[in-house]
Design a protein around this ligand. Sequence first.
Ligand SMILES: N[C@@H](CCC(=O)N[C@@H](CS)C(=O)NCC(=O)O)C(=O)O
Length: 378
Amino acid sequence: MAEEPITLYGTPLSLYTGKARSYLIKNGLVYREVAPSTSRYLENVVPRAGGMSMPTVETADGIVVRDGTEIAEYFESRMGHPSTPPGPRQQVVSALLDVIGMEGLLRPAMHYRWSFPDENHDFLSFHFASIVPAGLDQTEVAGKGMERMRQAAMAFGVVPESVDGIEARYLALLSALDRHFSKFPYLLGGRPSLGDFGLIAPMYGHLGRDPKPLSVLQAKAIRVFRWVERMNRPEPDRGEYVAEGEEPFGDDFLPNDEIPETLVAVLQQMAVDFVPETLAAADHINAWLDERPDLAAGTKVERGVGRAHFEVEGEGLHGLAQPHRFYLLGRAQAAFDALSPADRSRVEQTLDQCGLRSALDARLSRGIRFQDNVEVWE
Ligand SMILES: N[C@@H](CCC(=O)N[C@@H](CS)C(=O)NCC(=O)O)C(=O)O
């Protein structure tokens, strides 16, 4: 029997678990996925995890890491950064794709999960019930969990007035991604980057698995559907590229720090709502911080601090202003800040072309650090 040194506490339904799981699979790490309802999780892991949330991992030597991004980082730093491209442009783009995946696609993910009860209800009910700890009323607890997530969808900006725009932008993004994956197996060539792991978060648990959005992917974006499968299989799983001719990618990132045209098109589409939402969230959270000059260093960072309002293509939208977005974005900004002036200007040129340049300037007036498995204000 294979050794199983890593326990991944999560569920197939969970957005953030999708990132950690795919990271473990693609990097050849052996793990066992366990529902976050066992007595070991509740009694031994949660107290060391800074609270309950999926994903959380426990290693064979008892180290507990909570949070999808922190889990990827934990293994990334121990394995010699296999998923971090070496070139400055690819590195910053990968970090931006990571935050866009983890934060920027919450509206379509929540819309396609919660706005189609005829298609999704039974599927969701089964999965919500499957993580209810033994001894509790499954139907009641699962029902409450589902209701809480329906409310969260509204907080993220899924309201009747916004759904046409959410669908139109998501379908445009799918078609750009589909064109890209018809040429390349991953976002940056032959190897998955941290950007791929960020993007798989909404694209697996929600958009690539719930019945309604799965049918959309299978009907409209077969290459994206295949990437979702590929991101969850340990083997290369890219036979179609071989069948269609040479397979020129090897197992590496594209040479010469290239950002292919097809990925520029993807980023341009992502920028349409990611940039206005990020700028509005930064303003909103900075105003919130201004009103709290006495907020002590080490205070736990809240999930959301109110609603940020912004405009996308002439339409008014709102979204929960989540400091976590800036914790993630800070990684892209730090990668950019560490570059030489010449490299910075190359990166700026690419980001200008993608409409993402201003995301590098969206910063909070206070830093966030990760301490004992929770995000705290510096
Ligand atoms: N920043 C965290 C967020 C984790 C998170 O919110 N996970 C959800 C499931 S996808 C969860 O555990 N929700 C349960 C709850 O909020 O009580 C991460 O990246 O892991």
